[in-house]
Design a protein around this ligand. Structure first.
Ligand code: NAD
Length: 356
C-alpha cells in the first residue's frame, strides 16, 4: 500500500515520526510502516546509518528531530532514544504540540518524569508510555481473572525474573554501573505488570547483591512487597543465573529469547491459584470439601494470541485521535519508576520504604 493511500475508519492515517532508530525504534518503524492506521513520515536519529532504514521504509531521514517535526508536521512521535534523554526530547516535542509515545521507563528518574508529565499537560499533548505488556492478552486475561475473583481474594503473588545475561552484554560501561542493572532495566516491566494486575504497591523492602559479577550495579535482588489492597508479594530478580523462569522466556513474547514452558508468576487467592503464563488455575471443586486432604481441580484458561506491540501502536493512534485514553499515562508510568527506584534505595539502606 502506498503511504498516502492509507485510510482507516474513513480518516487519513495518523502521521507519525520516529525519534531514535535503535533496537526497539527499528521495530516500531517497521510496525508503523505495515500498520494501516498510521503513516511513518520521518525517522530521526543522530546516527546517520538510520537513513538506510528510512529509505527502506519510504520515510524521510533527519539527524535533528526538531527539523523533522518542522518539515513533516507529525501528529505524534515515538521516542525510542536512550532513557536519559526521554524527558528532554519529550519536553521539546511537547512544546511543538506533538502527541507523545515514550518508550519505558518514562525517564531516568522521577524528577525528570514529573517535568515531562507537566510539560505534556501544559502543552495539551497526550502522553502514552511504552509498557507494552499491558497489551499482551496473557496479562489482560490474568488481570480480568483476578478482578472477577476467579481465585477469590488475592492473598499473595510470587514473581521470578531470573536469567543469564551473556558476558559481552557488560562490555558497555553503563551496564556495569548503578542504574544499569536488572531492577531498572528489566524488573520495571514486571513491576508495571504487577501494578496493572494487582493494584498499587505501597511498601517495598529489598536486599540487593552484586556478589556474583562484582560490578557496581546489582546482579540480584530479593524484594518483599505490600499492595494497597492488602496482598503481599515476593520477587527474585537476577541476571547471573542460567534459568528458565522469566517473563521473556516463558511467554515467548520476544522471539530473541530462548523459550521455555515454565511459569514466571504465581497468583495465590483465597479460593485458588493461577500460574502465569501457562494459565493453569487450581481450586477445590466443592467448597464443602476444601482442605489439604482433598484433590484440587485444574482448569486451563484459554487466551488469544496477539502482538502486544502492534496493539499498543493501534492504541497510540486512537489516543492521538482522542478515541481512547492512554492505557499507561505519564503519571502511571512515573509510579512504576518510583517503585523500581524505591527497591534500589531500600536495598542500599537495608530498610523498608513506603511509597506515597
Ligand atoms: N518496551 C520494550 O520492551 C523495550 C525494549 C528495548 C528498549 N526499550 C527502551 O527503549 C529505549 C531505547 O532502547 P534501545 O535498546 O532501542 O537503545 P539503542 O541504543 O539501541 O537505540 C537508541 C537510538 O537513539 C538514537 N539517539 C540518541 N539520541 C538521539 C537524539 N537526540 N535524537 C535522535 N536519535 C537519538 C541513537 O543513535 C540510537 O540509534 C530505552 O529507553 C529502553 O529502555 C524498551
Amino acid at each position: 500500500m502506498k503511504h498516502s493511500d492509507k485510510i482507516r475508519d474513513g480518516q487519513a492515517a495518523v502521521r507519525l515520526g520516529l525519534i531514535g532508530a535503535g533496537i526497539i525504534g527499528k521495530k516500531h518503524a517497521v510496525m508503523a510502516e505495515n500498520f494501516a492506521g498510521c503513516r511513518l513520515v520521518g525517522i530521526s536519529d543522530v546516527n546517520p546509518s538510520a537513513k538506510a532504514l528510512a529509505d527502506e521504509l519510504g520515510a524521510n531521514y533527519y539527524s535533528d528531530y526538531e527539523e523533522m517535526i518542522e518539515a513533516e508536521s507529525p501528529e505524534g512521535v515515538i521516542i525510542a532514544t536512550p532513557t536519559e534523554s526521554h524527558a528532554t526530547v519529550g519536553v521539546t516535542c511537547a512544546q511543538h504540540g506533538v502527541h507523545l509515545f515514550v518508550e519505558k521507563p518514562i525517564a531516568a528518574n522521577v524528577q525528570d518524569a514529573q517535568i515531562l508529565v507537566e510539560n505534556a499537560k501544559e502543552n495539551g499533548v497526550r502522553l502514552l508510555v511504552g509498557h507494552h505488556r499491558r497489551f499482551n492478552s496473557l496479562v489482560e486475561t490474568t488481570r480480568l481473572a483476578i478482578k472477577q475473583g476467579k481465585i477469590g481474594k488475592l492473598v499473595a503473588v510470587s514473581v521470578l525474573w531470573v536469567l543469564l545475561k551473556p558476558s559481552d552484554y557488560f562490555q558497555i560501561e553503563w551496564r556495569r554501573q548503578l542504574g544499569g542493572g536488572p531492577v531498572l532495566i528489566n524488573l520495571i516491566h514486571d513491576i508495571d505488570t504487577m501494578r496493572y494486575i494487582c493494584g498499587e504497591i505501597k511498601r517495598v523492602y529489598a536486599e540487593t547483591s552484586s556478589a556474583v559479577r562484582g560490578f557496581e550495579v546489582e546482579d540480584t535482588a530479593s524484594v518483599s512487597l505490600r499492595f494497597s489492597g492488602g496482598a503481599l508479594g515476593s520477587i527474585v530478580v537476577s541476571d547471573c543465573v542460567p534459568s528458565s523462569w522469566s517473563y521473556e522466556a516463558t511467554t515467548g513474547e520476544n522471539p530473541y529469547y530462548f523459550r521455555t514452558d515454565d511459569n514466571c508468576y504465581l497468583f495465590f487467592g483465597t479460593e485458588g491459584c493461577l500460574a502465569f503464563p501457562n494459565m493453569r488455575l487450581v481450586r477445590y471443586e466443592n467448597p464443602q470439601q476444601a482442605g489439604w486432604q482433598y484433590p484440587l481441580l485444574t482448569e486451563h484458561i484459554q487466551v488469544d494470541d496477539h502482538d502486544p506491540l502492534i496493539r499498543q501502536l493501534d492504541h497510540f493512534c486512537r489516543v492521538i485521535r482522542g478515541k481512547e485514553e492512554p492505557r499507561t499515562s505519564g503519571e502511571d508510568a512515573m509510579r512504576s519508576l518510583a517503585v523500581a527506584r524505591a527497591i534500589l534505595k531500600s536495598g542500599e539502606r537495608a530498610e523498608p520504604l513506603e511509597l506515597s
